[in-house]
Design a protein around this ligand. Structure first.
Ligand code: ADP
Length: 489
């Protein structure tokens, strides 16, 4: 909007008509004082200001406007009578006015100037808008930076408080912060502690993970700077992502030396205990066999029954000890398989025979489904039979009162597949993934059924060593299928 200030209504009228004919919005004031009041309330793009007015003259108005921040940018065109002294013109400019037109007004020149100023005004507005936006952007960035700094400070304080060795790294994996405890194992804040040569070398491994953005975890031994002794630590490194992109990493080393030593002692104990148990057991077994032979010769029926029972118990004890020995071998990475070609069908038939024989006291049939195998596999026959017998023993054990167990055999995609299905108590869905873990037993059944929770753990390792697959399907109350597959070649 344009403000025309003139004490003569007829001048205002002609100027107003001229401007409105060119589609400009126009406001008017009949004195300098009125103009000042209006200017404070309304935003004007341009003021056309008569110089000679009673009361406040045009220059005084312009000087006052130049003093307010709201109005100092408004362009002013002064209008003055003809033959005005040059010094008035100069005064006009000095007081902040921008242009000057003498009366009588030439409409073309006036319109030219008005349009120019109007455009200038619009450009100034646009510029101001940009400036304002930029200012806001700078401020919000400053705020974000301050917030970020607060967060980083907070993280560092937390990392200083925890009992672990902790560090942060940038997106490229370069260390950016380490806590006090770092220096027990590292001499410099930018280099990782020295890792035992036999363990995963963190920097090379970390580099790989930096590329993939995946978290990483490893048990490593790191060297105490003072004593030179390596201590077991659990190293965990997690990426911090922003909008799906890794922007930094946080890592901790947790001291697990004590835990490791206890574990080693336990494994050692397990190994010694099972070896020690094995020797007297072998003698007991031999004596029982001797007794059995003697009783056969003398024909004493009830003694023979008891001897059989003793034998059954010895077999159970033997298999328990064998399992414990296997676990201790697994801990030491010594559970190896001895491959040789054998007929898989014979193995399945033998395993079912053994089970039927050793479970005569339960009324349970073992049925076959699928195709009998006509293939030879190159595997460890004793270990594969161990897996199948374990599945069958569990199937019978965990389905009291059921009539049968079904063994399904089939060759599929280059694999021999064996599944053992029972109609027993089943395993709740959320527990199924755990049954192959060491010492895991499903709570619901562990009171009623005896066991150590290591059979399936060993089976899984045996199948893994054969590059095979294994798994379980189960519906509580309906039954369970345990299966495994081994490659034919
Ligand atoms: P365990 O000596 O306890 O039987 P396993 O390693 O053979 O040890 O099995 C682990 C756990 O899995 C068992 O304690 C039992 O809870 C569950 N389980 C194994 N087989 C079956 C099955 N056929 N039906 C229901 N639960 C089973």
């Amino acid at each position: 909007m344009i403000l025309i200030v003139d004490d003569k209504p007829e001048n205002i009228f002609s100027l107003r008509s001229l401007l409105e004919s060119k589609k400009f919005h126009v406001d008017t004031a009949l004195s300098g004082e009125e103009a000042l009041k209006k200017v404070l309330k309304t935003d004007y793009a341009l003021i056309i200001l008569d110089v000679q007015m009673p009361g406040m003259d045009g220059f005084e108005v312009a000087e006052t406007l130049a003093g307010y921040s709201k109005t100092k940018e408004i362009p002013i065109i002064f209008l003055s009578a003809v033959n005005t002294d040059k010094k008035f013109i100069t005064k006009g400019y000095a007081s902040g006015g921008i242009d000057y037109i003498t009366k009588p007004v030439d409409p073309d020149i006036l319109m030219l100037k008005v349009k120019t100023f109007y455009r200038l005004y619009e450009q100034t507005l646009a510029l101001n808008e940009v400036k304002w936006k930029l200012q806001r952007e700078v401020e919000s960035r400053k705020l974000a930076q301050e917030e970020l700094k607060l967060k980083v400070d907070f993280l560092h304080t937390v990392l200083e408080t925890i009992p672990q060795i902790a560090f942060t790294a940038d997106a490229l994996g370069h260390i950016t912060f380490v806590n006090e405890k770092w220096f027990k194992y590292a001499q410099s804040p930018i280099e990782f502690p020295q890792i035992h040569p036999d363990d995963k070398q963190v920097h090379t491994f970390f580099e790989k993970h930096v590329k993939s953005g995946e978290p990483f975890e490893a048990e490593v031994r790191i060297k105490d700077v003072d004593t030179g002794i390596y201590h077991f630590h659990l190293l965990r490194i997690r990426p911090i992502k922003e909008g799906g992109i890794v922007n930094s990493w946080v890592g901790t080393f947790t001291d697990i030396e004590d835990q490791k030593q206890i574990e080693n002692k336990k494994d050692e104990f397990l190994s010694i205990a099972s070896h020690e148990l094995k020797t007297p057991l072998t003698s007991i077994k031999a004596y029982i066999q001797l007794l059995e032979r003697m009783v056969k010769v003398e024909g004493n029926g009830s003694v023979s029954t008891y001897i059989h029972r003793a034998q059954d118990q010895v077999i159970k004890l033997e298999s328990l000890i064998a399992d414990l020995l296997d676990v201790s071998k697994m801990e030491n990475g010594k559970l190896k398989v001895n491959r040789a070609p054998f007929d898989l069908e014979t193995l399945v038939v033998n395993a079912i025979d053994t089970i039927t024989h050793t479970h005569q006291h339960v009324d349970m049939k073992v049925e076959r489904e699928g195709e009998p195998f006509v293939v030879e596999v190159n595997a460890d026959a004793i270990r594969i039979e161990q897996v199948l017998i374990n599945f069958l023993t569990n199937a019978i054990k965990y389905s009291p009162g059921a009539e049968k167990v079904v063994v399904r055999t089939q060759v599929r995609d280059g694999y021999a597949y064996i599944a053992v299905r029972d109609f027993g108590i089943g395993i709740p869905k959320e527990k199924q993934e755990h049954v192959f873990s060491k010492f895991y037993r499903v709570e619901e059944s562990s009171v009623k059924f005896q066991g150590l929770g290591i059979g399936l753990y060993i089976c899984a390792e045996i199948i893994r060593q054969h590059n095979g697959g294994y798994g379980v399907d189960s519906v509580p109350g309906e039954g369970t299928t345990f299966y495994f597959s081994i490659p034919l070649n």
